[in-house]
Ligand binder design. Structure first.
Ligand SMILES: NC(=O)c1ccc[n+]([C@@H]2O[C@H](COP(=O)([O-])OP(=O)(O)OC[C@H]3O[C@@H](n4cnc5c(N)ncnc54)[C@H](OP(=O)(O)O)[C@@H]3O)[C@@H](O)[C@H]2O)c1
Length: 217
């Protein structure tokens, strides 16, 4: 498969790029800052400069043209505001539709689709969930073959290879970015995942078995 990874130089994005290349896929990694280019090329990825706030729409379309799938792994940094999570999703959904790329996998956040209460959260987190939920509406209302992966708090730990995955609400146990990347790569070519939002957290079940359990054999 040839895959465009939006936010390829992010902490999760880079692991997705690495794991896709290890699995013999071709990767177009979009980066916002040219200083990440050498690192992406070293991993074996092609690069396209895309700033989701500033780039022309056609630049985003070009980054997707001729690929089989898009992975959205970008996200706002602390202090940046969360608008990017919604507007970046909307622009990439529309660009995938225009580029004729059907498969779209997005990394969102645990509970965004299961009605997690944000009442006791900080204003920043409330807005983050508001943007993630609005983003989900853009995805689920699109013509794309979408999957949304909703992980719990992310760590930079080594992959455990064991997770909890479900279409229903699960406990919010932190999970490594490496395990999230493995789940994204696993669902990308899995037809059972189309049209589903998958909750993902640290757990005790081997990743493949956990996904089989969540998605049905
Ligand atoms: N942090 C958590 O605990 C947590 C928990 C659950 C879900 N998530 C979600 O998981 C995803 C990945 O998180 P992460 O912590 O691995 O991400 P990260 O390391 O913060 O990386 C985010 C990426 O998005 C890019 N980006 C930000 N604004 C952009 C823009 N305007 N245009 C283009 N690219 C832009 C960044 O580019 P630069 O390198 O140029 O800044 C970076 O590559 C995010 O969607 C996040 O919301 C996070």
């Amino acid at each position: 498969m040839r895959v465009t990874v939006i936010g390829g130089s992010g902490r999760t994005g880079k692991l997705i790029v690495e794991q896709l290349i290890a699995a013999k896929h071709q990767v177009v990694a979009t980066i916002r800052n040219p200083r990440h280019m050498a690192e992406m090329v070293k991993l074996g990825a092609e690069t396209q400069l895309v700033d989701l706030d500033k780039s022309e729409f056609d630049t985003i379309v070009t980054a997707m043209k001729g690929t089989d799938a898009v992975v959205f792994a970008a996200g706002s940094a602390t202090g940046e505001g969360s608008a990017l999570d919604r507007t970046g999703t909307l622009r990439t959904v529309r660009a995938a539709e225009k580029a004729g790329v059907k498969r779209y996998v997005s990394v969102s956040s645990i509970g965004a689709s299961t009605g997690l209460s944000t009442r006791s959260m900080s204003d920043e987190m409330k807005d983050y969930y508001k943007q993630k939920r609005a983003a989900a509406k853009h995805i689920t209302g699109s013509t794309l073959d979408w999957t949304i992966v909703e992980p719990a708090e992310l760590t930079d730990d080594k992959p455990a290879g064991k997770v909890t995955a479900s279409l229903d609400k699960i406990d919010e146990k932190a999970i490594s970015r490496a395990d999230v990347a493995a789940a994204v790569v696993a669902v990308l070519g899995d037809k059972r995942a189309i049209g589903k939002a998958i909750q993902l957290a640290g757990g005790t079940t081997a990743l493949k078995m956990a996904l089989d359990h969540a998605l049905g054999k």
